[in-house]
Design a protein around this ligand. Structure first.
Ligand SMILES: Nc1ncnc2c1ncn2[C@@H]1O[C@H](COP(=O)(O)OP(=O)(O)OP(=O)(O)O)[C@@H](O)[C@H]1O
Length: 226
């Protein structure tokens, strides 16, 4: 399997009233097919890391390679193009359009990826099948449970056939058993070849991936089974 993501000594400093190093010399190598779970407490740098990996932000220091290409200093325009082609995002708050059907939400994936045209209806239907919601395409999100809404959001992210799904606290609004079922869906998708990276404040979900990391005070460490 090929390396998909490599961070080398990546740091991010925010120039706020009190300047702060939100990430400190983070290194990370993810291979296609990995399912990585990164856990850390509030304020530890999780969203900062995800924004960098998702090409929404650039490091203050260090290098980011995506499929071997250095992307740390790309223009905003080139980052947006790469983001649209390669990365699927899943958020805590689902970010579905409440007035549109689930199928339309999936077909409107381009609103988030910046791609020029959304997936075809057939591809959107396949994405709903992949998340176990083939019979809910015509429902609107408010008719669904929280777990089902997150499945629609996952289908939307998948429909653009990204190289990696980046998930920011995807179970933060769900109860424990629903959270578990969403992680089981990530596991199934991963078995089908999707590379997944999830950040969570919940250390109990760390064991769900094949790679697990802890972030504390901006410092990222891989957890190795003893
Ligand atoms: N735009 C910003 N300007 C200044 N400081 C920021 C900015 N964004 C985040 N920070 C600070 O950087 C640190 C890391 O924030 P980050 O949002 O990455 O943490 P997190 O682990 O995602 O937290 P949470 O679990 O609460 O969402 C925090 O101390 C935060 O206050």
């Amino acid at each position: 399997m090929r390396e998909l993501i490599r961070l080398e000594g990546v740091s991010r400093r925010y120039e706020a009233a009190v300047p702060l190093w939100a990430l400190r010399e983070c290194s990370l190598s993810l291979t296609e097919g990995d399912f990585a779970v990164i856990s850390g407490p509030s304020g530890s740098g999780k969203s900062t890391l995800l924004n960098l990996l998702g090409l929404m932000d650039t490091p203050t220091a260090g290098r980011y390679y995506f499929r071997g290409e250095e992307v740390s200093a790309l223009s905003e325009r080139r980052r947006a193009a790469l983001r649209g082609a390669e990365i699927g995002f899943v958020f805590q708050s689902f970010q579905l359009l409440e007035q549109r059907s689930c199928l339309e939400n999936v077909m409107l994936a381009d609103l988030y990826t910046g791609a020029h045209s959304g997936p075809s209806r057939a591809r959107a239907e396949r994405a709903l099948v992949a998340v176990g919601l083939s019979d809910r395409g015509e429902s609107i999100p408010t008719e669904l449970s929280g777990g089902q809404r997150q499945r629609v959001a996952i289908a939307r992210a998948l429909s653009a056939t990204p190289s990696i799904l980046l998930c920011d606290e995807p179970t933060g609004n769900l109860d424990r058993s629903t959270a578990q079922s969403v992680f089981e869906l990530f596991d199934e998708l991963n078995q089908d070849g999707v590379t997944v990276l999830v950040i969570t404040h919940d250390p109990e979900l760390l064991h769900m991936g094949n790679r697990s990391f802890t972030i504390l005070d901006g410092t990222l460490r891989e957890n190795h089974q003893s």
